[in-house]
Design a protein around this ligand. Sequence first.
Ligand SMILES: [Zn+2]
Length: 342
Amino acid sequence: MDIKLMKRLSEADGVSSQEDGIAKIMVEEFKKRGLKIEVDNFGNVIAYKSISKNPLVLGAHMDEIGLMVKHIDSKGFVRFMKIGGIDDRTLVNQQVLIRTKKGLITGVIGSRPPHIMKPEERKTTIDYQSLFIDVGASNEKEALKMGIEVGDTVTFSTEFKELGKKMMTGKALDNRLGCYVLLQLAKELPKNVILIGTSQEEVSTFGKGAKIASYKLDPRTFIAVDTAVAGDHPELKPHDAPVYLGKGPCIVLVEAGARGNVAEKKLVKKILDIAKKTKVPVQLEVIDGGATDAASVHNMKGGIPCIGICIPTRYIHSTVGVASSEDVELDIKLLKKVITSL
Ligand SMILES: [Zn+2]
């Protein structure tokens, strides 16, 4: 696995609706691999060798969960709102980066220290509305001078690292892993197959960008390349999330308790046959909560066969996701065959 590229993707900023940072890398890397690029009005990065009618489309969302500046107080402390599904408990005392017109500004999320907490307060979850970002400014004027403005996006300042022999940890593995997979497929892309780095997946029940791009492209089949909640750690029971690291990509049969995409049976069979032929182990998954971009595409234009093919990831939607490079390689191996067969 190209760890250097994966690190770059994981550390890039791209909070939903402000994906320019990651989009720039995707455009650059797709171009290096000889593909034509279009960036649509919604910020989707669309890459292909050639398009004719009804292409096969693979989408990986580029956006990540994060924060947005809501208010700067007279003492220079920054209040924020959350963008995407964030557990408030993961926010306390994190280092963050505010993306301003003058560049990235470091901040830390402050909170009341345990010394002055009441005993009952220590047992409760801290609400994000009682947290703030300390940017080291003495007052509002200084914070404004640093370039911070209402509406600036904030990402977590987590360094991507290798973990053990085959694993990795970092922020935004959901879904920079998917972006990484698209960039590997881009090297030998058949005609009439389109790769999309989609925008704003994390901020709607079902992805926004994928729907907009697919409406125009009119795919014959859409594959969401994403991540899945892995249940292989001591605090999850096997039935909570029965997919595991190192056991191959997850084939998503049903999303969001069937409110999202329900994969077309013929398409599932084709994917499973290809997996068998290419000797790629896969894990079948039905998701109760959560969905992929497939959820927004399947019910368009008379119905488009869709499926999610996802890389199992621990501690998803936190700053310390963990995934296995073996699963990434298996995902690429499977999808290479899929794009030449479907
Ligand atoms: Zn995702």
